[in-house]
Ligand binder design. Structure first.
Ligand code: ATP
Length: 911
């Protein structure tokens, strides 16, 4: 089937079929200088921002209707309809009220949660690197206009539709557009007019991802005028609010509904057999069912998760997929990068080593004020050839920039490179190539290759030289010789280099080696061609201090039963020194293990898992190996959180239970693959997110612990009355009233509970823990039983005092609600007595209780309510008796809870 979009004949869609010069002219741009700023401003005003309209998601009506799509609600609706047909208007209205209030709360909360999640997407905003008026600039991609010249690098998302101007090994993943998962090579060319979108190899389409290589392109279409806009689809799809827990709950609700309906039917039949009237029995059975159904559950889950997401953002963690909120709470191991996550990524070269010995680099930060000293004496570059070439490699095999910004110095590009540039500046003009020598080709750095090389041509004599810098092992692989101070070249003494690296790395310094090919053949400028031709000129060792507070966050993780493992591309000794400084590995010093990527790769399958489990630091690991690491940890039963920032990290991020990408230093590919993005790239944020994740799960548990017993109690009161054949202590309409008010006004407020102290002092929650633990089942039965006994007790004892039926029932209802209020307070803490939390520490609960009290006052004293619900005013003494009994019940519940906690503590593995 031909793709209907394939051949497109609009004049603006011809860009692939004409030479790039024509496109440049057509768009009034320039192939090197790009657009001028005023032109760009005008075009932005004319064409509008480069954003796609919001994903439409579910239409409003459908979303409203979906609130009713739940077996629990179906039962309620059927009940309402039948009661209506029976002429029980009040009952019908109250049941409908229950349904509507819940649907409304659910709908409002869900919309808020969706909006919040959507707005989170925009927090991790796309940027584009453009050239305007000949200047490189980084702008928000929504400010791109047609004619803009855009530079692309691996890991970036193509921000608009572009015509390729030039490209080096540019590979692009267009799967979000065409479904084709293989990367496609892009280059400048003139193609047939009839070429289909998927075959236009000289075009780059918005939403596709740069996998490798670099290139420049001219914006030909923005916003909805792009191909992506044309097919009206937002990358990433619409947000969904489903998580493993919500599906578990959905299954649970279905099961519960069946049980409850069966009970109601049994009750109905028993009543009929006793000779009660069918309509009366029917309303009773309906009340039983309605009361027992925990219809607040779905809304509570959504609200709690949404609040969790918000709290995480406040702590600088942006959740991209909702299930992450939940999974975070059960994380058992965090695999983290070193550079930038555990450390500040603010590098300063402190030591330089050449085959003639070590030098000290003085100065602070990125300020190029300072010099190089050998044994305290300023080094003279004119007599130190190796040092000169070592610094030159650092300066000219480099894409970073260092600029003065008022008093401060700021950098652009990679901090490792910036540090090398700064130390080069400290070396003075001799430490850089002259202006006659131009860079003509580059082997770019990437995490797999671990070095970078540049080819330079001297215009005076046309000769070439190559500069190399990178990980010591990789550079040493290319070298057979090293250079001495007088410029002579000798065979490389590998042992001496290894020795120097160890000395420097043991201090936690990050060490890079530099190399030179003096008279290079441009044809040999390939990874293979360089082998054996490079002369090692020296080492540069830089300080990258640990971030403040990371040591404390690591300790908090350990206390919480979470292991922290470092996976880094850096040298084993550097990694180990930093890990020690941060207390990363909690095993005794003699059992700490550092494993390198090479060792891992050579391990037999059966030793792999044990080694991965035993090691705390993985050094010189390439992104490709991360996937296997994650899988190994997972098959050992771990719930793995893993950080990553590069293109090649994406598979591991996807595979991890929680993939974590960096918001500042990470690529868009990594961010797309991640479940969570750290806005500040900081390890402490991961720890904070885990803490919040645990808090969210706690609050959900609290709601469930509160709602199940109270709902069951509501159902049981009626069931017992029917079975005993006695007068109902609480009327069906009254049960419905309790049900309608308390779930929303009281129970939901638990979603706002602050985190409990000590939340990071317990082990992670087992992810397969059933929803209904034995403790919960017992609690449900016990509290429900107390509610039933309490309300019967009040009902009977009030009647014995001579009050009429309506008054006795009103007392029973108020007792029921009072116990629910007390029990709500008890549920605020899962791990200890709730009074420790303070009566007022959750304002929402205080507010909810006040509203409920007001509602009960109205229910008891307003004549209209008396008429509708069959209630009667109570006197002060009755209230004292009600509160007394409720308090006694609350006391019994507290004692039971404390006993259960004691018992759990005795059975816990760590006492
Ligand atoms: P982490 O994985 O913890 O972020 P890392 O920054 O050391 O650590 P990579 O960026 O993969 O990981 O770098 C691996 C190694 O490559 C570094 O240890 C360093 O020796 C070398 N290296 C880093 N940046 C450059 C660069 N711009 N040019 C040349 N070599 C580099």
């Amino acid at each position: 089937m031909p793709d209907p979009r394939a051949v497109d004949t609009g004049p603006e869609r011809h860009h692939h079929a004409v030479p790039v010069e024509e496109v440049v002219a057509h768009l009034g741009s320039h192939r090197d200088r790009g657009l001028d700023e005023p032109v760009a401003v005008d075009r932005l005003a004319r064409d509008g921002a480069n954003t796609l309209p919001e994903a439409r998601g579910e239409p409003l009506l459908r979303r409203v209707l979906l609130q009713f799509h739940n077996p629990l609600i179906y039962v309620l609706l059927a009940a309402a309809l039948t009661t209506l047909l029976l002429g029980e208007y009040v009952d019908a209205a109250v049941i409908l009220g229950v349904v509507l209030v819940n649907a409304l709360v659910g709908f409002v909360q869900e919309s808020k949660a969706l909006a919040a999640l959507e707005s989170l997407r925009s927090m991790v905003r796309g940027e584009a690197r453009v050239v305007r008026a000949g200047q490189r600039r980084t702008i928000a991609s929504e400010h791109l206009v047609s004619g803009d010249l855009v530079a692309l690098e691996p890991g970036e998302k193509v921000p608009a539709d572009l015509r390729v101007v030039d490209a080096t090994e540019l590979l692009v993943d267009e799967s979000s557009l065409t479904g084709e998962s293989a990367s496609i090579r892009k280059a400048d060319a003139v193609l047939e007019l009839a070429a289909r979108v998927a075959d236009r190899t000289n075009m780059l389409y918005a939403g596709s991802l740069v996998r490798a290589g670099t290139g420049r392109g001219l914006v030909v279409a923005t916003a909805e005028r792009t191909e992506l806009g044309g097919i009206h689809r937002m990358v990433g799809g619409a947000t969904v609010l489903a998580t493993p827990l919500t599906s578990k709950l959905a299954r649970f609700s279905s099961l519960l509904t069946v049980v409850i309906v069966a009970l109601a039917v049994v009750a109905f039949v028993i009543g009929l057999l006793r000779g009660e009237s069918a309509p009366e029995m029917f309303t009773a059975a309906v009340a039983l069912a309605v009361g027992a159904i925990p219809e607040g559950l779905p809304a509570a889950v959504t609200i709690t998760l949404a609040i969790g997401v918000k709290r995480m953002v406040r702590r600088r963690a942006v959740v991209r997929h909702l299930p992450a909120v939940e999974t975070l709470g059960s994380t058992t191991v965090i695999c983290t990068d070193k550079t930038g996550t555990l450390t500040t990524n603010e590098m300063t070269v402190r030591r330089v080593w050449t085959p003639d010995g070590e030098l000290e680099a003085t100065g602070q930060g990125y300020d190029p004020e300072g010099d190089l000293r050998r044994d305290g004496v300023r080094a003279d570059l004119s007599t130190e050839a190796a040092l000169r070439w070592c610094l030159t490699a650092g300066t000219d095999c480099n894409d970073a920039g260092v600029v003065r910004d008022g008093e401060d110095w700021t950098i652009s590009g990679d901090p490792t490179e910036a540090a090398m540039k700064v130390v080069g500046l400290k070396g003075g003009p001799a430490a850089t190539l002259d202006s006659e020598t131009l860079r003509v080709a580059t082997i770019p750095f990437d995490s797999e290759r671990q070095y970078m090389a540049t080819l330079h041509r001297r215009s005076s004599d046309g000769r070439h030289l190559v500069l190399v810098k990178g990980a010591v092992e990789r550079v040493a692989d290319l070298c057979d010789q090293w250079m001495r101070a007088d410029g002579t070249v000798e065979p490389l003494d590998r042992a001496a280099v290894v020795d120097a690296v160890h000395r420097l790395a043991a201090r936690g310094l990050r060490v890079l080696a530099t190399g030179l090919v003096r008279d290079a053949d441009p044809d040999d400028f390939t990874a293979e061609g360089l082998r054996g031709r490079v002369v090692l000129t020296g080492l540069q060792a830089m300080l990258d201090p640990p971030r403040p507070d990371v040591a404390a966050a690591v300790a908090a993780c350990h206390a919480a039963g979470i292991e922290v493992k470092m996976i880094t591309g850096d040298h084993a000794a550097t990694a180990a020194a930093i890990a020690d400084e941060l207390g990363l590995d909690h095993r005794p010093a003699d059992r700490r293990r550092v494993v390198t990527g090479t060792e891992l790769a050579s391990l037999p399958e059966d030793e792999y898992a044990a080694t991965v489990a035993a090691a705390g630091v993985f050094a010189r690991v390439s992104p490709g190996e991360k996937l296997r690491l994650v899988e190994s940890l997972q098959s050992a039963g771990h719930v793995v959180a893993m950080t990553g920032d590069g293109v090649n990290d994406a598979p591991a991020l996807r595979r991890a239970d929680i993939g974590i990408a960096m918001g500042r230093g990470g690529t868009q590919v990594a961010q797309d693959a991640a479940d969570m993005v750290l806005l500040d790239d900081d390890f402490t944020t991961i720890e904070a997110a885990v803490e919040e994740g645990r808090g969210v799960f706690d609050n959900l548990t609290k709601f469930i612990v509160w709602t199940l017993p109270t709902n069951m109690g509501e159902g049981l009161v009626i069931l017992v009355a029917i079975v005993l054949g006695s007068e109902l202590p609480i009327l069906p309409t009254q049960i419905l009233w309790i049900n309608m008010t308390t779930a929303v006004v009281l129970g939901l407020m638990l979603a706002f509970e602050p985190r409990e102290a000590g939340i990071m002092d317990r082990p992670p929650r087992a992810p397969d823990l059933p929803l209904l633990t034995r403790t919960l089942v017992w609690r449900t039965v016990f509290v429900a039983g107390l509610l039933v006994v309490g309300s019967w007790w009040i009902f009977i004892s009030e009647q014995a005092r001579g009050v009429d039926l309506a008054e006795a029932r009103t007392a029973a209802v108020n007792l029921f609600v009072a116990v629910e209020v007390f029990y709500l307070y008890s549920c605020r803490s899962l791990v200890g007595p709730s009074w420790r939390l303070g009566l007022l520490s959750n304002r929402w609960i205080v507010g909810g209780v006040l509203v409920q009290v007001a509602a009960q006052a109205a229910f008891t004293y307003l004549p209209l309510m008396n008429a509708v619900f069959g209630t009667a005013p109570l006197d002060g003494a009755a209230w004292i008796r009600i509160l007394g009994v409720a308090a006694a019940i609350a006391l019994v519940i507290s004692v039971d809870k404390l006993l259960a906690l004691r018992l759990a503590a005795r059975h816990a593995p760590h006492g």
